[in-house]
Structure formats: C-alpha cells, structure tokens
Design a protein around this ligand. Structure first.
Ligand SMILES: Nc1ncnc2c1ncn2[C@@H]1O[C@H](COP(=O)(O)OP(=O)(O)OP(=O)(O)O)[C@@H](O)[C@H]1O
Ligand SMILES: [Mg+2]
Length: 235
C-alpha cells in the first residue's frame, strides 16, 4: 500500500477529515464525543489540539491513527480513503505512515529501551543491520542514548515519555500523532521535543498533530484548534 498512498497524494492534503463523528455506548446509553470534525493537515503542518479533559482529543487521535473507527464521516490520507481499507492494509498504514505517542506512553515495561524502539522497525520489515543506527539516532534526538540498555520499567516518567516520542519517530512516519507528549516533562525537555517536532515538520514531508494543554507549546504550532462540544474551532 505504501507506494499507492504516496502516489495518490502528490497534490492532495496529507489528512482530510470531513464530518467525522464518534459516539460511545456506556451503561446509560450513547454519548456523543465528536459531533462534526473537519480537519485538513498538509505535510509540514504542525497542528495543536487543545480542549478540556474529556472533550475527545485522544479519541480523535485514535481515529486518525486508525486505532478506533469513527461512527461516521470520511478520512482521506494522501487522497486515499483509509477507513475503508481492509485490516491488513490498515495495519500496514499504522506501521509505515503514523507515529503515535500515547498519553500513557504504553512502553513494553519488561523490555529495554532499545527493544522498545526495535519492535516497530521489526514490524516494518527494516533490516537487522539498519536498526541500530536508526534507534541510536532517535534516542539522540531525545537525549537518552545513555539509557539504551535500561529496562523500560526503571525509567522515570519523563524518560518514558521521551522514549515514547523516540519510538514514534524511529519509523520516519508521514504524520506524528502525539497525545500530550510533554505532560510529564520539565520546561527544558518539553522544548527539546517541540524543537524536534518543528524541525521534522520544517524539513518537509512530515506533519505533526499534537494534543497539548500547554499554551506555550500550542503557540509554537502553525495552527491551533480548540476541541469543545464535539467540534474543532480554530484559535
Ligand atoms: N471506550 C469508551 N467507552 C465509553 N466512553 C468512552 C470510551 N473512551 C472514552 N470515552 C469517553 O469519551 C470522552 C472523551 O474521552 P477522551 O479520552 O477522548 O478525552 P480527552 O479529551 O483525551 O481527555 P483528557 O484531556 O482527559 O485526556 C470521555 O468522556 C470518556 O469518558
Ligand atoms: Mg486524552
């Protein structure tokens, strides 16, 4: 699918989401989290999504990462309707196109930092010999090369978050979807991550969509949105 997605996208937005909605069922019935989301992201964009707790920010990122199906709406990635790809093609999309930084970090706690970064490369079919330099380069970006053989369970909260960012970058995805990637970091490390996102975006091809509560980080993005009452409002 990789070449087909790239070829289809030459003059298309990287992400084009239209009239997306998401309802969840809970014990009492249906709750509408996303009512009508319209969003367009170009390569090189760095987009901030802000909004109150529970407004659906993580839900939206999960949908963009194809980890959760929307209730309705369309999602074109480089011009291609990715919601209707079969399971194998969706898995391929996740492996090659998207780098996700989860709010909870979601590291494999029993594995080392090195192994946490190696797994996505193995899944993407990167040759064994090509993995170490890519892993070390990604760790270098988050200033964690000295922790490469450390067990993930022994890292501090902020170090985990930086490993999660490195893991999202290691596959050189076309879009990084980052859910509060600096929530546990001090100012210096927050800036390190945001500087890096800016560099990647400025270099061209890649886009960054970052959920953040930090107005300073949002101010460094090319566009800012507030997610409230199920819709995105540009700030
Ligand atoms: N699987 C689910 N089933 C039912 N309700 C859910 C489910 N997942 C999320 N929700 C509800 O959907 C709403 C949006 O959740 P979401 O995690 O997207 O919010 P958020 O904006 O990321 O919040 P936060 O800033 O606290 O991370 C919340 O009210 C949550 O309780
Ligand atoms: Mg969230």
């Amino acid at each position: 699918m990789s070449s087909r997605v790239a070829a289809a996208g030459a003059d298309q937005p990287l992400i084009q989401v239209s009239r997306l909605a998401k309802h969840y069922q809970n014990g009492q019935g249906t709750i509408t989290v996303l009512k009508e989301i319209n969003l367009q992201v170009e390569p090189g964009d760095m987009v901030a999504i802000m909004g109150p707790s529970g407004s659906g920010k993580s839900t939206l990122l999960f949908i963009l990462g194809l980890l959760l199906p929307p209730t309705r709406g369309t999602y074109l990635f480089a011009g291609r309707d990715v919601l209707n790809l079969d399971r194998t093609a969706q898995a391929e999309f996740r492996r090659h196109r998207v780098g996700l930084v989860f709010q909870s970090c979601d590291l494999l706690e029993k594995s080392t930092v090195y192994e946490n970064l190696e797994f996505p490369l193995i899944y993407a079919g990167v040759d064994r010999r090509d993995r170490p330099p890519r892993i070390m380069a990604a760790l270098e970006r988050v200033k964690l090369t000295h922790r490469v053989r450390h067990g993930a369970n022994l890292l501090s909260g902020g170090e985990k978050q930086r490993v999660a960012v490195a893991r999202a970058l290691v596959n050189q995805p076309q879009v990084i979807l980052a859910d509060e990637p600096t929530g546990q970091l001090d100012r210096e490390n927050s800036h390190l991550i945001v500087d890096h996102f800016q560099e990647i975006a400025a270099a061209g091809g890649t886009a960054v969509v970052v959920v953040t509560h930090d107005p300073e980080i949002a101010a460094r993005c090319s566009r800012k949105y507030l997610l409230q009452d199920g819709v995105l409002v540009e700030l």
